[in-house]
Design a protein around this ligand. Structure first.
Ligand SMILES: NC(=O)CC[C@H](N)C(=O)O
Length: 196
């Protein structure tokens, strides 16, 4: 069976994630006739997914729409891998510093949801990331960080302000936006870990 990737399509940069995963499936040699990357809006489609991407956007809005669309329980019970960027990090966390966000509690981290926003809205910087042999040019847009993490969290990259890249089991969580740069190495790393 080919890999099925649902991109949570409630708000945020959904089409960029779809394109990035299409490309990553190809470059990882995992694209097959029945693999698919699709917009996920309905909780009935969650059990067919091998992976779910939660895009960047506005975590307060995504949190509200998860409940409005009745998707919370199915997301919490999902057994595959989550790939989350930026607002997605806040959504998957166990604790967020904003009462308007009701995180899913899947990743054992506490987040500061606008850690850089108060200083610099957006910026780009090369990061040394565990598992990648050359630096990754990362785009940060009002990015969150993880300020603390439990023992199951494996840190891939930490800056002075906090953790900006991590895995927990099959899940990968990033403060920045790999879907915006055309560099699919992190998507590929996630996919390889998923099918292992
Ligand atoms: N680019 C982004 O996804 C920003 C996320 C934003 N800090 C939030 O918490 O919603």
């Amino acid at each position: 069976m080919g890999i099925k990737i649902g991109v949570l399509a409630l708000q945020g940069d959904v089409s960029e994630h779809i394109l990035a995963f299409e490309r990553a499936l190809l470059s990882a040699g995992l694209k097959t006739a029945d693999s698919s990357v699709f917009e996920l809006r309905n909780s009935d489609e969650i059990p067919v997914c091998d992976a779910i991407a939660i895009p960047g956007g506005e975590s307060t809005t995504i949190s509200r729409l998860i409940d409005k669309n009745g998707m919370r329980d199915a997301l919490v019970n999902f057994k595959g891998g989550f790939f989350a960027t930026c607002a997605g990090m806040v959504i998957l966390s166990s604790e967020a510093d904003d009462k308007r966000v009701k995180p899913l509690g899947i990743i054992d981290i506490s987040v500061d949801r606008n850690a850089f926003g108060r200083q610099r809205d957006s910026f780009q910087m090369p990061l040394e990331i565990r598992g990648l042999s050359a630096p990754y040019d990362a785009v940060f847009i009002r990015a969150p960080v993880a300020v603390s993490a439990g023992k199951d969290v494996f840190v891939l990259c930490k800056l002075d302000s906090g953790i900006v890249a991590l895995t927990q089991g099959k899940h990968m969580v990033l403060s920045f936006h790999p879907e915006l740069t055309g560099d699919t190495r992190l998507h590929e790393l996630f996919l390889k870990n998923l099918v292992e």
